[in-house]
Design a protein around this ligand. Structure first.
Ligand SMILES: *Cc1c(COP(=O)(O)O)cnc(C)c1O
Length: 357
């Protein structure tokens, strides 16, 4: 299916057209059941197969080892900011690599439950770079080290994953999960809200090493305890069934596209194309320098705020949607998640070129 517009929204973001066509075809009558997947019990065999396939496909995509649980939860990445300390802060100590607004929020929640140590922060320059991290500063009884692998608002990406040794590494991968290869073994816990790179809003994926389950704070609400959801295979209460179904279709699509490594090649190419154009133009400039540049959220600007706004309108008329930067950064931002194809980025470059001329 050919789309009418190219959608550069930071999230909720575009989904593969092929996935939505399948969902549309199956919408009223899921695989001959006579019912929509929206209507069936989460305990039915029909849904059981949906959730099992989704998990199996994600396990294959990320090569998730057996000693990790995969959970499909609600509440967005923001609920994980609290859920992580409630479950992992046994010694009441957590360390943070503060690289953006979302790291800040994770720190603010963790502070309620124990001591937080900010190892390094780029807040001084509005998160426009990734600050160096000195792991020697981490005290040994730290319960976890929290990082944000891609900073959606500011357009930065961690080009290196810290080796935190025995301290579990917790990663917010909301805006770049499945966009590049990570070794799950390097992490104690990975979480991601689905609505950026892998599905619709309403579902959060958590990948957690099994030994980290079962030592939640005594006041931890049952719904916020990883153990509750792991014991019941994400079916303790009614899960976001339609979001799990759609995300499962995106996992299948990702496999069909050649998996994460194939998409990584395409993602690098897409980002490079846009950065190269921006760098070679005297009209546009990029906010972030190498090696900190995000492949998913490309932040840039024209010489002045007025032209930024004009460009947003001009681009929308040409079918390039949602290029306005986040209000805390200003300027422009193009989000190039997995579902954005190379043609979309080539077209965006044409439109940007036409505007500058
Ligand atoms: C969008 C985003 C969040 C917040 O996600 P919600 O699902 O809205 O809670 C957290 N972290 C990162 C990196 C994000 O991009």
């Amino acid at each position: 299916m050919k789309r009418k517009v190219y959608n550069f929204s930071p999230g909720p973001a575009l989904l593969p057209a092929d996935v939505m066509e399948i969902a549309q075809r199956e919408f009223l009558d899921y695989k001959g059941s006579g019912m929509s997947i929206l209507e069936v019990s989460h305990r039915s065999g029909v849904f059981q197969e949906v959730i099992e396939n989704a998990e199996a496909n994600l396990r294959q995509l990320m090569a998730i080892p057996e000693n990790y649980e995969v959970l499909f939860l609600q509440g967005g990445a923001s609920t994980q900011f609290a859920m992580v300390p409630l479950n992992l802060m046994k010694n009441g100590k957590a360390a943070f690599w503060d690289t953006g607004r979302w790291s800040e929020r994770a720190i603010a929640e963790a502070e309620k439950y124990g001591n937080t140590q900010v190892l390094s922060s780029s807040r001084d320059r509005n998160y426009s770079y990734v600050p160096p991290l000195d792991l020697d500063k981490v005290s040994p009884e730290t319960d976890y080290l929290h990082i944000t692998t891609n900073n959606t608002i500011f357009g930065t990406r961690l080009s290196q994953i810290p080796d935190s040794k025995k301290i579990p590494l917790v990663a917010d991968m909301s805006s770049n999960i499945l966009s590049e290869t990570y070794q799950v073994e390097d992490f104690g816990l990975i979480y991601a809200g689905a609505q950026k790179n892998i599905g619709p809003a309403g579902m959060t994926v958590v990948i957690i090493r099994k030994d980290l389950i079962g030592s939640a704070h005594e006041l931890c609400p049952k719904m916020l305890n990883y153990q509750t959801h792991s014991e019941k295979n994400s079916l303790y209460n009614t899960p976001p069934t339609f979001a799990i179904y759609l995300t499962g279709l995106v996992f299948k699509w990702t496999l069909d596209m050649g998996g994460v490594s194939a998409l990584e090649v395409q993602n690098r190419k897409k980002a490079q194309l846009l950065y190269d154009f921006i760098d070679s133009s005297s009209f546009y400039s990029a906010n972030i320098s190498e090696p900190d540049r995000s492949w998913m959220n490309i932040c840039f600007k024209t010489p002045d705020g007025e032209s930024d706004l004009k460009l947003v309108g001009f681009a929308e008329e040409k079918g390039c949607m949602f290029l306005k930067g986040h209000r805390s950064v200003g300027g422009l931002r193009a989000s190039l998640y997995n579902s954005m194809n190379l043609e979309g980025v080539e077209y965006l470059v044409e439109v940007l070129d036409e505007f500058q001329k």
